[in-house]
Design a protein around this ligand. Sequence first.
Ligand SMILES: [Zn+2]
Length: 254
Amino acid sequence: MTDKAQQNQLIELLKNARNVFIFTGAGVSKESGLPTFRDLDGEWTKYDPMTFATLDGFLSNPVMVWNMYRERLMQISAAQPNPAHIVIAQMEHYYPEFLLTTQNVDNLHERAGNKKMVKIHGDACRIRCVDCEETYPVSDYDFSEEFDEPKLPKCPDCGGLCRPDIVWFGEYVPQEAFAASINAAMTCDLMMIVGTSGEVSGGYGFAERALSHGAKIVEINPSEGALTHYAHFWIPQQAGVALPQIWKLVVGDA
Ligand SMILES: [Zn+2]
């Protein structure tokens, strides 16, 4: 940030906010070393999304798809929350009203300590029965070895094949997570857009809704995205760098 007066305004805004809605995306995970799926250098240049991120692709080759997600799960468990995750968890304790909506399917926000959160693109650390829709934590299953046909994860209830509990192409986002996010957007006095271009589904209209009732919008994102023009403050930096600096000024050194 270059302008001192603008920085002071931003700090005042964060100090005075009461109801905060944070919307995060792949940029936050990327700073922990997890590859993004949609960047130009992302995973979809290696993996065809029609095979690895659709129900049809999964059903035609569940062993191959599960082995790809198994690798992804190992990357997630080896990754650590970065300073952006840690500040966002502190913000949850600081503000009386708070919701974090993340598009990330890893568990780094939870591991940093966030509880008031929803995962709008699903959860890579859960699996879901294709037949009865029941979900289970991946920790219930053995991921120590590569999958083959007999070892594919099955539903303990109905015996159906299980899939990663994430939102694939052509699928709807989880209804409860979406409704909670809309409610937060409609009631917040501050919305923060962190590490997301907001290009998936136009950012779901959250920023427009926040603006429509007078909320202020802060974006932390190294490059300009689809929602940047809504932001009252845009900090063109990595969240893991910018958030700790800003937060220190909000809460003081204590
Ligand atoms: Zn089932």
